[in-house]
Ligand binder design. Structure first.
Ligand SMILES: CC(C)(COP(=O)(O)OP(=O)(O)OC[C@H]1O[C@@H](n2cnc3c(N)ncnc32)[C@H](O)[C@@H]1OP(=O)(O)O)[C@@H](O)C(=O)NCCC(=O)NCCS
Length: 158
């Protein structure tokens, strides 16, 4: 049975499965994606400072089918939260992203946030992030181009 539950970063096995799902969802279909490393994410969750992160996962037994993180600052812009929802391609369009987002909305309301921000990477017209967020009431306020130059591999002679 699918359950949306908080992630305990002290639980190695659980965290590893959760992070793999985050990475699979965040990198799918993208060229040279930049995704937070497992080490950095674990450290951020274990050592909460003024930036607080709420991490949840969609688990079916030991399997993780999707992840969501809400980040907020406890000192500046305390009305704002930034969210990141990731569902691996094989589990998409089954309502999992929506369940994860709803969980974050509940957490956000509970701590008094009034505005949520998110970032989506749009590769082409099939990229799901924009359709998903617009479907849930977000609107786009800012667009950036991400430029990539692939360099030839360098082989050292020495
Ligand atoms: C965006 C993402 C989280 C959606 O997860 P999901 O589990 O597939 O989402 P849901 O099944 O709950 O979709 C809810 C609704 O969003 C819209 N939607 C989602 N994916 C879509 C797609 N590929 N094309 C068009 N609409 C889409 C639809 O309205 C959908 O409802 P429907 O399936 O009944 O038509 C997932 O595709 C993903 O991880 N993408 C990469 C990361 C990302 O962009 N995250 C979002 C912003 S933080």
């Amino acid at each position: 049975m699918l359950q949306i539950v908080p992630v305990d970063a002290r639980d190695d096995g659980r965290f590893t499965v959760w992070y793999s799902a985050l990475r699979a969802g965040a990198t799918a279909g993208r060229h040279a994606p930049i995704v937070v490393s497992a080490t950095a994410m674990r450290s951020q969750l274990l050592h909460q400072t003024r930036a607080v992160r709420h991490a949840v996962g969609a688990f079916d037994g030991d399997q993780c089918l999707g992840t969501a993180v809400l980040e907020r600052d406890t000192q500046d812009n305390t009305h704002l939260g930034e969210l990141d929802v990731n569902v691996p391609p094989e589990y998409r369009r089954q309502g999992i992203g929506t369940l994860l987002l709803q969980q974050l909305l509940g957490i956000a309301a509970g701590v008094g946030l009034t505005t949520l921000l998110g970032e989506v990477n749009v590769v082409d017209e099939t990229s799901p992030g924009l359709a998903f967020t617009v479907r849930h009431g977000f609107h786009s306020v800012h667009t950036e181009n991400r430029l990539v130059l692939d360099l030839p591999a360098v082989t050292r002679a020495d």
